[in-house]
Design a protein around this ligand. Structure first.
Ligand code: PXP
Length: 237
């Protein structure tokens, strides 16, 4: 069964919508851990639209499982990561105007800068995952950067409007998983996963971790965080 990392960004989104101090993503992280999740994920964005620097600092202090920091490979973020020491950094592409991360990193295009950022993070003792589309050439390039892990972008699978499109996207993911396994990369997956579409991804035995945010936080608004996390764990099982 894959581990579950819960992305708590959107607890902070609700808080930032009003510029108040609630709901607190740090409190949410504690409840997520008590409900049985294996890790907490947060994305410190350049525009600080949800998670703030203070959240990250306190999360680092209180998290008892694993803290996965998603970030762009910028100078500012590498410095913050080296000072904070998350358990793993996931490098993601970032555009200011996007609603959410829209696709995987172009590891081939940005190879030199990614490799440099990864080397600096490794020097600081931080393992690195690269968020990539399910494409063989991106996975090959990911291995060449020295990253230990890839996180396969499941967004196209999740957005498929017909079952046959979903099958095609799943096939891409399966091919990417085979390529990454062959290269001895650790494999995570995420983006857009919800209580309906998670099953087919959770069945892929080489995928060691699923990182899920929006659907869990959305359900938590209605049923509570503890139940929302437990229901997702039960589905993954
Ligand atoms: N994995 C990565 C790399 C992401 O950027 C995100 C979104 O922040 C997620 C997983 C979680 O996506 P979602 O909120 O759609 O579950």
């Amino acid at each position: 069964m894959p581990r579950l990392g819960v992305n708590i960004d959107h607890v902070a989104t609700v808080r930032q919508a009003r510029g108040v101090i609630y709901p607190d993503p740090v409190t949410a992280a504690g409840i997520v851990e008590l409900a049985g999740a294996d890790g907490i994920v947060c994305h410190l964005r350049e525009d600080r639209r949800h998670i703030q620097d203070r959240d990250l600092r306190i999360l680092r202090e209180i998290i008892q499982t694993r803290l996965n920091l998603e970030m762009a490979a910028t100078e500012e973020m590498v410095r913050i990561a080296l000072a904070t020491k998350p358990d793993i950094v996931t490098l993601v592409p970032e555009k200011r105007e996007e609603l959410t991360t829209e696709g995987g990193l172009d590891v081939i295009k940005f190879f030199p800068s990614l490799k440099k950022a990864i080397q600096r993070l490794h020097k600081g003792g931080i393992p690195v995952s690269l968020f990539v589309d399910p494409k063989k050439e991106q996975i090959k390039a990911s291995e060449e950067t020295g990253a230990e892990t890839i996180e396969i972008h499941t967004g196209h699978y999740c957005n498929a409007e017909t079952l046959s499109r979903e099958d095609e996207e799943l096939k891409r993911i399966l091919d990417a998983v085979a390529e990454a396994s062959h290269r001895n990369l650790q494999i995570a997956a995420g983006h857009g996963l919800n209580y309906v579409n998670v099953r087919r991804i959770a069945e892929i035995k080489e995928i060691e971790e699923l990182n899920i945010g929006h659907s869990i936080i959305g359900r938590a608004v209605l049923v509570g965080m503890d139940q929302a996390v437990r229901e997702m764990i039960a589905l993954i099982r």
